[in-house]
Design a protein around this ligand. Structure first.
Ligand SMILES: *Cc1c(COP(=O)(O)O)cnc(C)c1O
Length: 355
């Protein structure tokens, strides 16, 4: 009776912990990280800034300065509130926990970000999903049917979507917002690569729409910093579930330092967008390979034999993400994170041999 199996909730025992493949020694193109770290002079200056941070003190709980920098950097107007998370994953958890009334349901689409389903299980929220169409667009009639039938407490939509890389039709997303009795969360983790596509201008116009952003895909994944913006009544409730001091002093200082020098990050993003185009063109020239449109810093491609190509890449020192077995729509698909020009060159050569 003193064992974990007896006491731990069944939904948790049924989960598999979020899997991260060990990547030492590989060209790492599996996790949508930016391949660029800071230029040496800026890294040195950051070191000096961090050396002045008092790690003996708890963080500023209001994070006023950090919020101001994030607002400026992401164009979030003053009239909208902001709540910070230790990555947007933590925000997902706060929302799921807040809404987990007995019998309440989270709705999402599949394939999409696995953390939506996982956060529902962690929080004890029911979960339903609607399959995307073959081209990974939203099946709006099916989604609206699910909204009306299940009356989800929360619906998650990633815009652009992961792992498919596409942007759903904006009108479709808004139709879901309007039809939903519960909260709709639009997750814009890939906003830096979306060519400006965003629903930020809609936030505040709907009582049930909140928007999530993160600095992770912008080259700051290691800092663990995300945010949610939306109507104050929702944010005030989520704030009660935020663990005290969830954004640490080093993250606060480093994010302020780097985001105040946005031109460096913007130049990195521009390079990644150029390289995405090169990778897409190369994939389009490979016989038997189907490449899907991307508004993110990765490209999804369907190969004649996905698992074989995955192993072939691995044997050549390149780690990407295979989705074999995770969803029927992703059979033989590999998700390729855009790396440096040199890394992408290696990836393209290896794909030509391994695909
Ligand atoms: C990568 C990703 C995130 C980022 O999560 P963080 O916790 O902020 O690193 C959020 N949503 C989606 C869809 C993602 O792909």
């Amino acid at each position: 009776m003193k064992d974990a199996e007896h006491w731990v909730r069944g939904e948790i025992r049924a989960l598999t912990a979020y899997h991260v493949t060990p990547a030492a020694g590989f060209v790492k193109l599996d996790a949508m990280e930016s391949p660029y770290s800071l230029p040496p002079d800026m890294a040195e200056e950051l070191g000096r800034v961090l050396s002045g941070v008092g790690i003996n003190r708890y963080p500023d709980p209001t994070a006023t300065q950090l919020k101001r920098v994030l607002r400026e950097s992401m164009g979030i107007p003053d009239r909208l509130g902001i709540l910070l998370g230790n990555g947007s994953d933590e925000i997902l958890m706060m929302i799921a926990m807040a809404l987990a009334k007995p019998g309440a349901v989270m709705l999402s689409v599949e394939p999409s970000f696995v953390m939506y389903r996982m956060s529902a299980a962690m929080a004890g929220l029911g979960y339903e999903s609607v399959p995307l169409r073959d081209d990974f667009s939203l099946d709006l009639p099916a989604l609206l049917e699910a909204v009306h039938r299940a009356r989800p407490a929360v619906t998650w939509l990633a815009y652009p979507n992961n792992p498919t890389g596409n942007l759903f039709a904006r009108e479709d997303v808004l139709a879901v917002v309007k039809a939903s009795p519960g909260l709709v969360v639009v997750d814009e983790a890939y906003y830096p690569y979306s060519g400006g596509a965003t629903l930020l201008d809609e936030v505040g116009r709907h009582p049930n729409l909140v928007l999530v952003r993160t600095v992770s895909k912008l080259g700051l994944a290691g800092l663990r910093l995300g945010l949610v913006t939306g109507p104050d009544d929702w944010l005030a409730e989520f704030d009660k579930l935020r663990l005290p001091y969830n954004v640490n002093v080093l993250t606060d200082a480093a994010a302020r330092f780097v985001l105040a020098r946005r031109d460096v990050l913007d130049a990195q993003v521009a390079r990644i967008n150029e390289e995405r185009a090169r990778l897409e063109a190369a994939l389009d020239g490979m016989p038997g390979v189907r490449r899907y449109p991307s508004a993110a810093n990765f490209v999804l491609a369907r190969l004649p034999d996905g698992p074989r190509a995955f192993e072939g890449l691995k044997a050549r020192g390149i780690l990407v993400r295979s989705f074999q077995g995770s969803h029927p729509l992703l059979a033989d698909c590999l998700r390729l994170t855009v790396g440096t020009p040199e890394e992408n060159g290696k990836l393209i050569d290896a794909l030509r041999q391994a695909a």
